[in-house]
Design a protein around this ligand. Structure first.
Ligand SMILES: C[S@@+](CC[C@H](N)C(=O)[O-])C[C@H]1O[C@@H](n2cnc3c(N)ncnc32)[C@H](O)[C@@H]1O
Length: 367
């Protein structure tokens, strides 16, 4: 069966949805056993062609329930999702009120947990579904439109379910997923970033803390495996120090993360303002990186892009000066719109994202 790349069905904090198509260029040319040991939204798994054997793992029990249910019982999942029709805030409150379900692990109540996780992931702030009882109050209902077009989402979910057929799905500490790996195994590791370990507990993105010790454990385990390994990390000296054996190669990529905030404990206690983080990403691998790969330049909504869009807008207005009504129609007229979008050529946004940005700028400047 021909496999086409799929987009992760989840909104996932720190997820690689936008960049997976670039990351896949760095995958080894050959392997027959793929393991994604910190799967989250599993953007890489869904992007890559299926290997003979695949294994996705994450410590979050909600993800486990979702992937397993999609793999084994898509129709029941779709049926339950369709029932969640009505007042979205009320549904959200009902779901977060079901504490026992949230705290369940293993194979108990898989279907209910899968639906609960999926609904919360679509509608909660930043896709951040924290089930940890101590941080449950961090679940904010901020994205009701995330449950729009449910039939379309289910169509996508059906493809996701097909891709999951035969995949090993687990909810374990990463160390268990390195067992039995050989030179034919490709391990993709996207652990929580090192800077996350230093965050104030309320700012942490994931349920389970990944401490500095966990990063050391990971480095030690990956150093010892015969598998081909690729790791996505934050750009910092500490990573280079942890992977200091000459077999490790590094490549710094240039995309920017915006809107992601991280605050150290000292900053928090000193009441310092949270800062937006922009920066690259460090890829670490223990095999020679493929020679041919696409250059990576990904932009998200940020100041630089906003400036570029504004400039392109000004140029566009200049271009159409003197043609009555033309400048006004640029947002809705498909021909003008595509001309405009060509101005923002370097930008990797989809058309709808560019339009969203333009519309909000238009509103703000009352154009
Ligand atoms: C950066 S996210 C992965 C994002 C993912 N690559 C994507 O595209 O969405 C890191 C993940 O590691 C998981 N995690 C944290 N500690 C773990 C551990 N000890 N073992 C396995 N998974 C863990 C978290 O639940 C989180 O989903």
């Amino acid at each position: 069966m021909k496999q086409r790349p799929l987009k992760s069905p989840l909104r996932y904090p720190g997820g690689k949805s936008r960049v997976a198509k670039y990351l896949r260029e760095y995958a080894p040319a050959k392997y027959n056993d793929y393991r994604e040991i910190f799967a989250g939204g599993a953007a890489m798994f869904f992007q890559l062609p299926r290997a003979r054997k695949s294994w996705i793992n994450d410590l979050h029990p909600g993800l486990y329930a979702l992937y397993k249910t999609l793999r084994d019982d898509f129709d029941a999942f779709a049926k339950e999702c369709r029932k969640l029709d009505g007042d979205r805030r009320k549904i959200f409150n009902d779901l977060i009120g079901r504490r026992k379900l949230m705290e369940a692990t293993g194979d108990d109540h898989l279907l209910e947990r899968a639906v609960q996780y999926y609904y919360l992931n679509r509608t909660v702030w930043g896709g951040r579904v924290v089930f940890d009882p101590e941080r449950k109050s961090r679940l904010y209902f901020s994205n009701p439109e995330g449950w729009n077009n449910i039939e379309k989402k289910l169509e996508h979910m059906r493809l996701i379910s097909e891709k999951l057929a035969g995949v090993n799905i687990t909810c374990l500490d990463f160390k268990h997923c390195l067992k039995g790996a050989t030179e034919e195994t490709f391990i993709y590791a996207d652990p929580p970033y090192i800077r996350e370990s230093d965050c104030h507990p309320t700012d942490k993105l994931y349920d389970k803390s990944f401490t500095f010790d966990c990063h050391s454990r990971l480095a030690k385990a990956l150093d010892a495996t015969p598998a081909k390994v690729m790791i996505s990390y934050d750009v910092c000296q500490e990573v280079r120090e942890r992977y200091s054996d000459p077999k490790w190669h590094f490549e710094e990529l240039q995309w920017k993360y915006c809107g992601r905030r991280a605050v150290s404990k000292e900053h928090k206690s000193a009441n310092r303002k949270e800062k937006k983080i922009e920066g690259g990403e460090l890829l670490v691998f223990n095999y020679p990186p493929p020679l041919e790969r696409k250059p990576v330049r990904i932009m998200r909504y940020n100041e630089e892009l906003k400036k570029r869009v504004k400039k392109a807008h000004a140029e566009m207005m200049e271009l159409h000066r003197g043609i009555p009504g033309r400048g006004d129609r640029w947002v809705t007229d498909p021909q003008l719109r595509s001309e405009f979008i060509q101005h923002v050529t370097e930008c990797e946004w989809s058309e709808s994202e560019i339009l969203g940005c333009l519309l909000s700028m238009r509103k703000a400047s009352k154009l």
